[in-house]
Design a protein around this ligand. Structure first.
Ligand code: ZN
Length: 308
């Protein structure tokens, strides 16, 4: 079973969004050693990313061979036009997509803890929309373990939801200090039952994440955006992934894509193919087993999501 734990479903795509996301895609392409034009990515985003019904998601899953996808919405209370009404409407749309494809899709709500109504918003996302958890982007400017966040996480824990939270530096205006995996440390103490997935495992800061994941039973991480390193620097990627597994444990690493963004540079089926090929193709001295790959591609996520 292949499970993508990290997918951004976009009900609509504005020019501003397309330009913002295209920068990340261009950066990933640079890491891969590919040249892509910013304008071409913006154009492709405007033409192909908006997916209010989930049809494009399912087509991409079928094409890549993905069985189940966890889609998310992202809230940012710092953006004036992203009102509470708008984000709740978007949360309702991603939840509807999950309801439309109950065997294939699960949804995480986006609620920024800085909103005064955040706990009520999340409660409604669980009780009326049927979401499975919450997505954070703390690098928009909040502490994932701050007092505002704790009020929201209490609602999340009460509903047995999971938290997918961004970790690792991104280009400005991302406030990278809030994306430090070490900021998640208190969650294991104050919300011991809460399953927390550090998106990107802290990226190059993965050791900070692995150091915690080794000791904190419910802290996981995902491989989203690691495809850039895997295609750009295969040997380095193999070495790092081997170390990540050896330090944190293979059960902590989950497949993810951050799609639809990076499928535009390298098709996701190639990312899966690269991971599947690790036991056969990893450079001399670096070994992976078929069992490890199967666990990362879906087995681990299946146990977290209760799909076994
Ligand atoms: Zn993401």
């Amino acid at each position: 079973m292949i499970i993508d734990i990290h997918y951004h479903l976009m009900p609509a795509v504005t020019e501003e969004m397309a330009a913002r996301f295209a920068k990340h895609v261009v950066r990933a392409a640079e890491i891969m050693g590919k040249t892509v034009s910013f304008e071409a990515i913006v154009q492709k985003a405007l033409e192909t990313w908006a997916d209010p019904t989930g049809e494009r998601l399912i087509a991409l899953m079928d094409e890549a061979g993905i069985d189940v996808t966890v889609i998310c919405m992202v809230d940012n209370a710092g953006v004036p036009h992203l009102t509470q009404e708008r984000i709740q409407k978007a949360n309702g749309i991603v939840a509807d997509v999950a309801r439309r494809y109950p065997d294939r899709v699960m949804a995480l709500a986006g609620v920024d803890p800085r909103r005064p109504e955040a706990p009520d918003m999340l409660r409604r996302c669980f009780e009326e929309f049927g979401v499975k958890g919450l997505k954070y982007h703390p690098d928009y400017g909040y502490d994932p373990c701050g007092p505002e966040s704790y009020k929201l996480l209490e609602v999340l824990a009460e509903h047995g939801g999971i938290l997918l939270t961004h970790t690792g530096p991104l280009m400005p205006p991302s406030r990278c200090r809030f994306a430090d995996p070490r900021l998640l440390a208190d969650l294991a103490v104050d919300f011991p039952e809460l399953k927390v997935i550090a998106a990107h495992m802290g990226a190059v800061d993965w050791r900070s994440w692995a150091n915690l994941a080794l000791h904190q039973p419910n802290l996981y991480g995902d491989l989203a955006m690691w495809d850039a390193h895997a295609f750009g620097h295969y040997e380095l990627f193999c070495r790092e992934l081997r170390d990540i597994i050896d330090y944190a444990g293979v059960t902590k690493v989950l497949f993810g894509t951050d799609n639809p963004l990076f499928n535009t540079v390298e098709p996701t089926r190639n990312w899966i193919h690269l991971l599947r090929g690790l036991p056969a193709n990893a450079p001399d001295g670096i070994k992976f087993t078929e069992e490890e790959v199967a666990a990362m591609l879906g087995g681990n996520a299946a146990s977290i999501l209760g799909l076994e």
